[in-house]
Structure formats: C-alpha cells, structure tokens
Design a protein around this ligand. Sequence first.
Ligand SMILES: Nc1ncnc2c1ncn2[C@@H]1O[C@H](COP(=O)(O)OP(=O)(O)OP(=O)(O)O)[C@@H](O)[C@H]1O
Ligand SMILES: [Mg+2]
Length: 582
Amino acid sequence: MKKSTQKNGWKIYKRLIRIALKNNSTPISIAIFGMVITAVCDPALSAIMKPILDGGFIQRDQEVISLLPFGLFSIFLIRSFGIFLTIYFMAKVGRSLVFRLREMMFENLLNLPVSFYDKTSSGDLMSRISHNVELLSSVAARSLIILIRDTLTIFGLLVWMTYLSWQLTLCFMLAAPFIVILVSTLNKKFRSLTHDAQNSVGGIIHVAQEVIQGNKIVKIFKGRDKEIEKFEYTNNKNKVSHMNLAFTEGINSAVIMLIVGSSLSGIILISTFDFILESITVGSFVSFMFAMFMILGPARGLASINARLQQGIAAGENVFELIDEQKEKDDGKIEDLNINNDIIFENVSFTYENSDSSVLRNINLHIKTGEFIALVGMSGCGKSTLVNLIPRLYNPSSGSIKIDNIDMKDLKLSTLRNNISYVGQDTILFNDTIRNNIIYGQKNVSVSEINSSLEKSFSHDFVNNMPDGLDTIIGENGVLLSGGQRQRLAIARAFLKNSHILIFDEATSSLDSVSEKYIQKALDQLKIGKTTIIIAHRLSTVEKANNIIVMENGSIIENGNHEDLINRKGYYFKLYNSQLFK
Ligand SMILES: Nc1ncnc2c1ncn2[C@@H]1O[C@H](COP(=O)(O)OP(=O)(O)OP(=O)(O)O)[C@@H](O)[C@H]1O
Ligand SMILES: [Mg+2]
C-alpha cells in the first residue's frame, strides 16, 4: 500500500464527495437524517433507564409503570427506523458511487493507448475495477457513518452522563484516552494483517489463473507437481495470514471486554465513595452504566477512523489513477479524407516506450493506393510494429506517415480507423456468438451481408455445421474453433467492414494445406480494389504481391516483386533459400 500525503488524501476525499453528491443529494440527506435519529435514540435509551428504575421499581409510581413500556418501545421504533434509513440510503449512495467509478474507469480503459496496456498487468487492472472500487466505496460510507452518527452518539451520551454525575463522567473521561490509544494500536496491527490476507488472495488467484489458462502446457510438460507446490505455498500463506488475523481479532475483542470490565469495576468502586453515593440514585447509576456501555461501540468506530481513511485513500489513489490515466492522443481535426490515396512513410523511426533501442529505423515507404504489398523479414525485425503505425496503435517517434498528403497525426483517429480493416497475427475473438463476432463494431448489418462475408471467407460450411449456426457461442477467444476457423472468422469480420485499407498480419503458426488454401482464396477476394498490406510468411502470398518490402533489423533493405528480388540474389534470395517461407 502506498504512503499517502495528507494533501493528496484530502484531494481524493473531496473528489469522492463531489462524485457521491452528484445525483445523490437526496439519498445522502435521508441517510444523514437516519444517522441523526439513531444518534439521538442512544442517549434516550440510556436516559429512560433512570425513570424505569427510580419511578417504576423503587417508588412504584403507577403512572411511570404504565407509560414506560410505550416510551421504551417508541424509542426502539424510532431507532429502528433511523437504522433502516441509514443502511438503505447509504447503500444506495455507496452502490451508485461504485457504479459511477466503475463506469469512469471502464470508459477510460477504452480510451487508453496500446502503450498503456503494454506496461500494465491485466491482473492489476482487474483488481482496481473489481476490488479497489468496492473497498473505496465501503470505506467511504463507513467513515461517513462514523463521523456523523458515532460522533453525535458519543456527544449525546457524554452530555447525559455529565447530567447524571459530572464526577463519574470526569473519571470516565480520564480513562478514555488510554482506551482510544489501545484500540487504535490494535486497529493498526489489524489493518496490516488485513492487507496480508488480501494480498495472499491475489497470489492464489494468480497461480490458479495460470494453471487454468495454461492447462495444456501444464499437462504436456508435466508441470503438475511444480504447480501443486506453488499453490500450496500461496494457499498456506493465505491460511496463516487469516489465522494471524483471527488471533488479533480475538485479542481485540478480549481486550475490549477487559476494558469494559475494568471501567465498570472502576466506576463502581468510585461510586461507593460517600460523596458520590449521596448524590446519585439507583436509576441514575444504572443509566450511567448503560450509557458507558453504549459509548464503547461508537468509540471503537471513532478510534478506527484514521485507519479507515488511510485505507480509503490508498484504494482511491488506485481508482483515480486509472480514471486520470492519459487518454490516447486524438488531437487531429481533419475528418475529410480521400482514402483512395497513397500511404507515404517519411523517415519514420520508432522506439517502444519501455525500451531503449529503436525497433524501426528511418523507414521510407510509398504504398500506392490499390496496391498489394507484402512485408517480409526474420522474426522480430519490426514487421508488426510497422503495420501497427498505420492505424496509429502507436505513433512514430520521429518522421511522419501521410495519406492524401495529410500527416496522419492531423486526422481524427476515428476517420483514420474507420477506413482500415485489420486481421491480426493473433486472432482475437470474443466469447460471444459467431454472428456478433463477425458484425463486431458494425451497425445495421443485413443477413445477406453476413452470409456473403461468410461465403467469401469460406466460413459458411463450418458455421452451418455448428450446433446453433451463426448463434453458436465460440468460447473465450474462440477456443471451441480450430486455428484455421478462427482466422477465417477474422477475415469474415474484415469483409464486413469493407474498408479501403486492409492490414493482414499472417499467423506464423502453420495451418493444414486445406485451411491454408481457403484462407488464401478468401484473401484474394478480400483484397480486390483495396490497398493491402500483408505481413507474409507464405510463399504463395509473396509471389502475388505487387511489391515486396524486405526488412532486416528495423530497416527496409530491399524491395521489388518476387522475380526481381530472386534475380538480385540479395537478402530476399537468402531468406527464400533458407526456407523462411512456408
Ligand atoms: N509492446 C512492445 N514493447 C516493447 N518491445 C516490443 C513490443 N512489441 C514488440 N517489441 C519488440 O520489437 C521488436 C519487433 O517486434 P515485431 O513484433 O514488430 O516483430 P515482427 O517482425 O512482427 O516479428 P514476427 O515475425 O515474429 O511477428 C522485437 O524485438 C520485440 O521484442
Ligand atoms: Mg509480428
């Protein structure tokens, strides 16, 4: 947990209050009203003890005896009402806070640049959206209850106690600082143990997640024993930290009981002194004791307020950090683009944010509109990086990319991306129906358009054979499909989008020759009339290209068509002979 500065903490709470108050001022007011009612009822409960004993039991006053049960019942009735209002309306505020913060985080998640995802672990993001935001809202709600209800209750009870006997109250007040110190020390210990316990849950999730995702590798590479050992370690850590927590919790309760016991004994001892005995009735004494008991709960809450606030600040920092994370730059204004134009790379170099060495060096490339170009080169030479610059998933570190003579930076991102179809190296499919995967991001798609894209991508046969056809759900990232089927669906998606620029990062994994033939045929159709940039791993692809761009170590070293390049007997010829192409 990060150490937070006081100033930062205030900023977070002010921001949280602003979000909570927006559209929620009525439920907050009702909840506060409920807290005030409850806070008034506690001293009233203790106060009613006095007439019950003095008037009812000792003087046997009939009027008091007949009225008191109603009085007591009324206080309980009002208190219950107050408790209901507090719980229900604070939950309403808390839930709407969680809802709004989640919404803000999710919206920003969609706006973040790819480079953010490169450097952030998905587990960390998940825990912010699921866990931290819940913690923040529950801590904030609890703190508000403590600050308003518990403080008022303590104040009310102290006033009542002073009214009964200022001398006894004074004695009680002298003991109070010790109680607060003891309770807050225990709370601190409690907090750090709670953290250990929470973190150990993260460890368990981490190990389990890896085994679930990598279950095939675990089976084949005999990782079972190693994984069991890893799991046992984290599982045990979780058990131990929870037992430590239970131990402190037990001690905590025991100490509180001891404090109650000694205060009680102390006060009784003092009460036996003559000057007190003379000034206090039985009813007053019991009422005082009762008030003392009632003050302990809220006092514990108040003692824990700092710990809670700290916990809330830490969770708030994580939540707001994600909400404030800088969006993908989209300051280009131009929306009017004639996409039927050449794409020109001018002296483009690129370095990933988290690395020192440049991945692309001085790239100059002219892609004519309607042309079919193939990028080839050894693994890691920068092919995927180069094509990722076209839809501006990353921006060049220097140099520029132009289309229609406009620097892409000056185009609105949506204008640029609307004109690009992308079939990635790793096919990304969603755990949804085949239909929704194909029409992803498109509106008003007709059945005939879907069918035509299925046919053109040679997917219609296997889709028709699926149990629910287009409505078959294909599992997380399409696990229920074969590699070739997944790629054909990704191509069908590109067909439907029908953009002028097509980027296709051919999968390096080899497919059976039938699947491959289908994919080749599908591509042949898809690229008609489009500017097509393919990262090619197959000879059949490069042979058809108008222009082959040969890359080595981040630079373009040769280009030309297949025959020219073979005849030149340069790097491409070497690649060809080394059987780089399948
Ligand atoms: N997100 C990233 N952050 C940092 N470095 C990266 C990132 N992605 C790729 N790299 C590095 O950039 C270099 C080029 O990677 P790139 O993915 O462009 O290669 P490639 O030519 O597409 O290779 P392959 O044929 O294997 O797909 C590699 O050395 C890689 O380690
Ligand atoms: Mg690649």
